[in-house]
Each structure stands twice: as C-alpha cells, then as structure tokens.
Design a protein around this ligand. Structure first.
Ligand SMILES: C[S@@+](CC[C@H](N)C(=O)[O-])C[C@H]1O[C@@H](n2cnc3c(N)ncnc32)[C@H](O)[C@@H]1O
Length: 444
C-alpha cells in the first residue's frame, strides 16, 4: 500500500516552507499554552535547526499574525461559510500564518497560498480541507485592498482589554492605544554617554527623556557600539523607573525582579552597589551576559523576592511580574496569550512582593514600584492598597522635568503613567513608547 502523501513534493523543497511551518507551530503553541512568543521562538527555532533567514521570517510572520490576529480571524471567518471546520487539526494556525503573510508581508500571492496548501496536506485532519483553504486564501488575495482599506485597530484588541482600557482611560484613548499597537515598534537605546553623538552615528533621534530612537531597522548586534558595550536596547518608557530612583554613587540599591537586567545596568552605570535579585536562573544568565558586555558589575542573587532577606537598602526598585499589556506593541502575542484571570493572580503576587520590597527599604530610603502594564489593578490600585496597609510610606511625586517634560505621562498624584500613543515623533512608527506605571515612595 502506498504511504500517505507519497506523491507529495519532498518536505523542504519549497522556498519559505520551513519558515511557514515554524510560524504556524509558534502561533499554535502561544495560543494554546499562553507562553511568550520570544521564549517559544528561542526554544523552537533551535530545535527546528533553520537558517537564520528562515528563522527570522518565521518570527516576522508570527509577530504580524499576532499584531493583526483579530482582523485575520474576522476576514478568514467571514469567508468560511460554515465556520471553521471542526476536527481539522492545524487548519486554523495554518490559515492564520498564510493570511498574515498574504495580507501584511511582501510575498507573491501564489507562493503564500501554495505553502498553505502544502501544509494542509501534511496532516490527515487538515488535508480534507485543503481546497476550502485554497478558496478562502485566493479570495483574501483578490480582496486584499478592500480589507486593508477597512482596518480598525480595535478589532486587533481582545474584548477584555478594550473594555479595560475604555473604562480606565476613556474610548478615545483606548482607540489611540490600539492604533499605536498596530505600528511596528522603533528600536530604542539607552546610551552610557553622549546621546547626541550616538544618535548622529546610528541615524537616530534623541528623545526628550534622553533615550536614542533609531530610524532604521538594523540588527542590533551589527551596530557600532554594541560589542564595545556603549549602549543597550531599552524602550524609552522602560528607561524611566530606574532614573526616578535618583541613585547616588556608592549607595546600596536592590533591583528586585531584575532579569534580564535592563534596569540593573542603568543602576550599576549610576555608580551604585547593586544587588540584582530574580528567581529565574536562565533569565539571570542573560542579565550577567548584559553586565559583562557593558563592563558593569552587580551582585546577582537567585531568589524568590517574597522571601529574600538582606540589610535594608538606600533604594529599592521592584519591577514586578505583570500582565505586560504595556508591551503589546513590541510583543503583540501578549494581547492574546493573557487572560483577565492572569491580571488578578499577578496582582496578588505583586502585593506580596511589594510588602517584602518595603521591608527591604531603609527608613528615609526610596522605593520604586513599577510594572509594564496598562491595567490599573497592577499600577495605581496596587499602590493605593499598599499605602492603606503601610502608613510608614508616602508617595514622593515625580516632577515633569524628571521625565523630559512629558507632563502628560504623570497622574494627578505624581505617579508615572506612560501610554503607548504618547510621545509624538516624526512618523507614527517613530512615535509612542511602552505603557508603564511607576510610583516613587519614601519610607518615613
Ligand atoms: C518585568 S520582568 C523584569 C524585567 C527587568 N527588571 C528588566 O528591566 O530587565 C519580571 C521578572 O520577575 C521575575 N520574577 C517573577 N516572580 C518572581 C519572584 N517571586 N521572585 C523573584 N523574581 C521573580 C521574573 O523571572 C522576571 O525576570
């Protein structure tokens, strides 16, 4: 008896097929397991043993698929007369990856469709729907212009996030946040010194807060200054919390939940004695590699912050684990991998970590609590309840001049609340920053 698919072309002979397969697996895995795309990619790309160009293409397809997942599901669903077929194996992720490439990446239509048909034939469950998939994708190709003319960024925002942002910030800002997420993010660098010089060398702009934003899309490791350790990649908003600690040379500073170390290197660069604590060994290895490349040092401790004990510090920075909804522009998978229950669970963990961070702060010392979340529960509300149960702490309001004059990113109580649509730049792609919350507290 003939083996199934015996007459199929050998698996890897079509250009782009290996990349598309990996993209499909990534999309499927992130949606099913709720894992982060970056980590899933690192694990799977290595196992798949692809050429760097194919691995890069797979990541690009998966990223745009998540950025536009609401639209893709809508336009594919509208062309499936009887809805998505049941028991069809990998049909859905194959169609999502194909539609992402067809609608949003530069690839000839016939190639994008052909790869999907090959993939559908690779699994007996989806093979039965290959002609259906073919018909839907060809329609998408024919109707692409009309589809792209009607894009609504809110379609690419899951309902629970749209509702949360509308309730917290109002409908106009919720829409503006969604529009910012539709744009590919720019690359921001924190430089050790001479931002204007690095901006000139790397074709960048010095942002009002001092970060350097690059106009191009180069691979960072090939840029001047990377090997020499002159700068590190850090979103302009993510660079603010560590600065708000106003570290003085020689102070003892705890960086809690520190890995992979974006803030640790800022604190170490300020001349402080930094103790960086995180419970993740693999992430701390990345932190150490970052310190080494930059020629900076810190004491690195693998521990659970909830039970970490030490002599109290002059300053403590807690960058607590959170839903990361403020990073959706850089990590569009977050919007679809996270659920409202995650926010509630994380808020309980944040409260425990914050109480321990408070115990680790000296009388008269400063404590910065921050999260890269747009959810009030993980930011403003967390601090409100913390202050209600800790009368030894008070807010130390942040002033606009501490954040490059960006007064719109401060709350009435002097907390930092950056939103993705703020910080207008030369073009929509060169505008915006991550959504961050930070509050500076002083221990009396
Ligand atoms: C938002 S990330 C930190 C980013 C980092 N501060 C930076 O700027 O690069 C949160 C970190 O919290 C760590 N984490 C989560 N729960 C923890 C706990 N109970 N104790 C210690 N670290 C924890 C995670 O391993 C993760 O590295």
């Amino acid at each position: 008896m003939a083996a199934p698919h015996e007459n199929r072309a050998p698996a890897d002979d079509a250009p782009g097929l290996a990349a598309r397969r990996l993209a499909t697996t990534l999309i499927d895995e992130v949606l099913r397991a709720g894992t982060a795309l970056d980590e899933t990619f690192e694990r799977m790309a290595q196992a798949a043993g692809l050429e760097p160009a194919d691995a890069g293409l797979a990541r690009a397809i998966a990223t745009v698929a998540f950025r536009r997942l609401g639209t893709i599901r809508q336009v594919v669903g509208a062309r499936l007369e009887r809805g998505s077929p049941r028991k069809s194996g990998p049909f859905e992720p194959i169609m999502v990856a194909a539609a992402a490439q067809l609608l949003f990446l530069d690839v000839p239509d016939h190639a994008a469709v052909d790869l999907a048909i090959r993939q559908l034939h690779e699994d007996a469950r989806s093979s039965r729907y290959a002609s259906l998939g073919n018909a839907v994708l060809r329609r998408l190709a024919r109707e692409r212009e009309a589809i792209l003319a009607e894009l609504d960024p809110l379609t690419d925002t899951p309902d629970w996030l749209r509702e949360s942002w509308t309730q917290t910030y109002g409908p106009d800002i919720a829409k503006a946040i969604a529009a910012a997420h539709a744009e590919e993010p720019p690359l921001d660098l924190t430089v050790k010194s001479d931002p204007a010089g690095w901006a000139a060398r790397l074709d960048g702009i010095v942002l009002p807060t001092g970060s350097v934003r690059l106009r191009g899309r180069e691979t960072v490791t090939g840029l001047p200054g990377f090997t020499e350790g002159e700068w590190w990649v850090q979103d302009a908003a993510a660079a603010l919390p560590a600065r708000l600690l106003n570290v003085q040379p020689g102070e003892r500073i705890a960086d809690l939940c520190a890995a992979p170390g974006g803030k640790t290197v800022q604190l170490a660069q300020s001349g402080a004695e930094v103790v960086a604590v995180d419970r993740s060994g693999p992430r701390l290895r990345r932190l150490k590699a970052n310190l080494d490349r930059l020629g900076l040092s810190a004491e690195v401790v693998t521990a659970d912050v909830a039970t970490f004990e030490a002599e109290p510090f002059d300053g403590v920075l807690l960058d607590a684990p959170c839903s990361a909804t403020g990073t959706i522009r850089r990590h569009p998978d977050v919007a679809w991998a996270k659920q409202p229950e995650d926010v509630a669970k994380l808020a309980a963990l944040q409260a425990r970590l914050l109480d321990q961070a408070a115990r680790l702060t000296k009388p008269g010392g400063r404590l910065i609590y921050c999260t890269c979340s747009l959810e009030r529960t993980e930011g403003e509300a967390q601090i409100e309840t913390f202050l209600a149960r800790n009368d030894g702490f008070a807010r130390d309001p942040i002033k606009p001049e501490e954040i490059g004059g960006q007064a719109e990113a401060l709350t009435a109580l002097g907390e930092l609340r950056t939103l993705p649509h703020q910080l207008a730049g030369e073009t929509p792609r060169l505008s915006g920053w991550a959504g961050f919350y930070a509050c500076r507290l002083i221990r009396s």
